[in-house]
Design a protein around this ligand. Structure first.
Ligand code: PEP
Length: 254
C-alpha cells in the first residue's frame, strides 16, 4: 500500500527568522500526524538551518532542484552529494518554473532526475501542461512526453524510487485549482502510462497533486483514488495552513 506525502515547496521565500518560526511550528505539530509523511523543500542556503531544526523529527526535507552534473566546474550548480550532506531526502526536479523560466528541457530534467536518484535522493518529478496545452487538448501528450523522457533516461524501475507530482501550470500560484475530477483523470493517466511499463511500480508510485492546494480544498483532492498527497507552494509558507493540508492527507481514506 503506497504511503501519502505532503511536501512544501518554499520557492525563493523565507529568511532565517521566518524559517525558524515556520519550522518550529511544523516540528511541534508533526507528531500528531497520522498516515502521512510531511516534507519541506527549502532554498539551498537554508538547508543547514532546516537540518538543525528538523533532524531527529519525522519531518523530511529536500532541495528544490539538483545539478545534473557531479563535482567540477559547474558554477552555481548544487550536486546530489551536497544535498545528501545536509540530510536531504528529496529533490524536486522539473518544476514548471524551472522548465519555463530557466528553460530546462525534458532532457535536462531527465538528467537531473537520474543524478538525484543515483546520488541517493528521492526525486520529486514535476509534470504538467500549460493552459494553452490544456485548451488545445494535448494534456496527455505533454505529460506523457515529460514522463517518457525520464523513463528513457533512467528506466521504468527508477520510478519505483521516485515521486511524481502532477502540477498543471495554469493552477500554480494562480488560485485556480484543478477540480478533483480533472486532477484524478491526469493522475490515472500517469499511473496507467507507468503501468504499461511495470504494473508493480505504478501501483506503489506516489503521485502528488500540486496547484493552489489549500486547507479548504485539500480533502476533496486527496479523496481521489490516484492522488497520494500534494506538492504545496504558497500554502506551505504558513504553518497552520500547511499542517492542515498534511492532516487532510493523513485522515482521508480512499
Ligand atoms: C508549486 O510551486 O509547486 C505549487 C504547487 O505552488 P502553489 O501551491 O502556490 O500553486
Amino acid at each position: 500500500m503506497r504511503g501519502r506525502l505532503v511536501a512544501g515547496n518554499w520557492k525563493s521565500n523565507g529568511n532565517l527568522a521566518s524559517n525558524q518560526r515556520l519550522l518550529e511550528q511544523v516540528r511541534a505539530e508533526a507528531p500528531r500526524l497520522r498516515g502521512v509523511e510531511c516534507a519541506v523543500c527549502v532554498p539551498y542556503p537554508y538547508l543547514f538551518q532546516t537540518q538543525q531544526l528538523l533532524a531527529g523529527t519525522a519531518v523530511a526535507w529536500g532541495g528544490q532542484d539538483v545539478s545534473q552534473f557531479g563535482v567540477g566546474a559547474y558554477t552555481g550548480a548544487v550536486t546530489a552529494a551536497m544535498l545528501l550532506e545536509f540530510g536531504c531526502r528529496y529533490a524536486i526536479v522539473g518544476h514548471s518554473e524551472r522548465r519555463g523560466i530557466f528553460g530546462e528541457s525534458d532532457a535536462v530534467v531527465a538528467a537531473k532526475f537520474d543524478a538525484a536518484l543515483t546520488g541517493g535522493l528521492t526525486p520529486i518529478l514535476c509534470v504538467g501542461e500549460t493552459l494553452q496545452e490544456r485548451e488545445a487538448g494535448v494534456t496527455e501528450t505533454v505529460v506523457g512526453r515529460q514522463l517518457d523522457a525520464v523513463i528513457g533516461k533512467a528506466g521504468i524501475a527508477a520510478l519505483g524510487k521516485a515521486v511524481v507530482a502532477y502540477e498543471p501550470v495554469w493552477a500554480i500560484g494562480t488560485g485556480k485549482t484543478a477540480t478533483p475530477e480533472q486532477a484524478q483523470a491526469v493522475h490515472a493517466f500517469i499511473r496507467g502510462r507507468i503501468a504499461a511499463g511495470d504494473a508493480a511500480v505504478a501501483a506503489e508510485l506516489r503521485i502528488l497533486y500540486g496547484g493552489s492546494v489549500k486547507a479548504a480544498n485539500a480533502a476533496q483532492l486527496f479523496a481521489m483514488r490516484d492522488i497520494d498527497g500534494g506538492l504545496i507552494g504558497g500554502a506551505s509558507l504558513a504553518a497552520e495552513e500547511f499542517m492542515a493540508i498534511c492532516r487532510a492527507a493523513g485522515t482521508v481514506t480512499v
